[in-house]
Design a protein around this ligand. Structure first.
Ligand SMILES: N[C@@H](CCC(=O)N[C@@H](CS)C(=O)NCC(=O)O)C(=O)O
Length: 255
């Protein structure tokens, strides 16, 4: 079991103390995780952006402990356990909760902007499916079919970004929850592109620039970057799908 602490409780700005005992007592946060889960990564990014001290507890997908099954209704990660009493699940609900209770606010102040951000956050599961389904294709034909979906979801975001600020983030200079939601999946595009070149993001300059801004943001990363990519490749190799043959043994050696 690995535990990692990020941030400092002292840098934390609480906005709503109502659910906790003492005015000054910081709640304890436990984020239950599978190491390479993008939805966990999203929750971890929000915790780091808010400099919230948390315990990061990684469990194995194939060996989910009873204490976890008792607090996770869908048996999925992430779960955010608060003060060992409340368990939140679903990465979007966790992100929204953290944004409502801990400063700095990451959603835009303007209600229309916020609604637009939430609408594009709702698109994340479709985007995620579009970006990562090549990794689950059983045959070359299925891989090529899956690859065709990527420019479709990329184009949607390219157009959304054209209507937003001038970058580097979704709304312009201020980082937001919507950035945290997309970062893990944009990162996985690059992982897959490095296993078997896809060469697609280059056609979408705004999306590419946004991805680069997100990938250089320290909060995006829960692990040392090369080690994390090696873990991702090892999973891909283990899954034994069509693309797995392109993961070289050397690429997973660092796991
Ligand atoms: N919609 C969920 C998705 C979470 C999810 O799919 N987690 C995966 C790991 S990345 C999981 O726990 N899968 C286990 C399972 O499906 O049994 C969220 O946003 O939190």
């Amino acid at each position: 079991m690995h535990k990692t602490h990020f941030g400092s409780a002292f840098r934390c700005g609480r906005m709503d103390h109502s659910v906790y005992d003492g005015e000054n007592a910081m709640p304890r946060y436990l984020l239950v995780s599978f190491k390479t889960c993008p939805w966990v990564q999203r929750a971890a990014i929000v915790l780091r952006e808010k400099a919230i001290d948390f315990e990061f507890r990684h469990i194995e997908p194939d060996n989910r402990p009873d204490w976890f099954l008792a607090i996770s209704p869908h048996k999925k990660v992430p779960v955010l356990r608060i003060d060992d009493t409340v368990s939140l699940f679903e990465s979007n609900a966790i992100a929204e909760y953290l944004d409502e209770t801990i400063a700095p606010r990451l959603h835009p102040d303007d209600p229309v902007e916020r609604a637009i951000n939430r609408a594009w956050t709702d698109y994340v599961p479709t985007f995620a499916e579009g970006v990562t389904s090549t990794a689950y294709a059983d045959t070359e034909t299925d891989y090529l079919k899956a690859k065709e979906k990527i420019p479709v979801v990329f184009e949607r975001l390219e157009q959304a970004l054209a209507k937003q600020g001038s970058g580097p983030f979704f709304n312009g200079s201020k980082y937001a929850l919507v950035d945290a939601a997309y970062a893990p999946f944009l990162q996985r595009y690059y992982f897959l592109d490095r296993v078997k070149p896809l060469g697609l993001i280059e056609r979408f300059p705004r999306l590419k620039a946004w991805s680069e801004a997100l990938l250089t943001r320290p909060s995006t990363h829960s692990f040392e970057q090369d080690a994390f990519e090696a873990m991702y490749r090892a999973n891909l190799h283990r899954r034994n799908k069509w693309v797995s043959q392109f993961v070289s043994p050397a690429q997973v050696a660092a796991e």
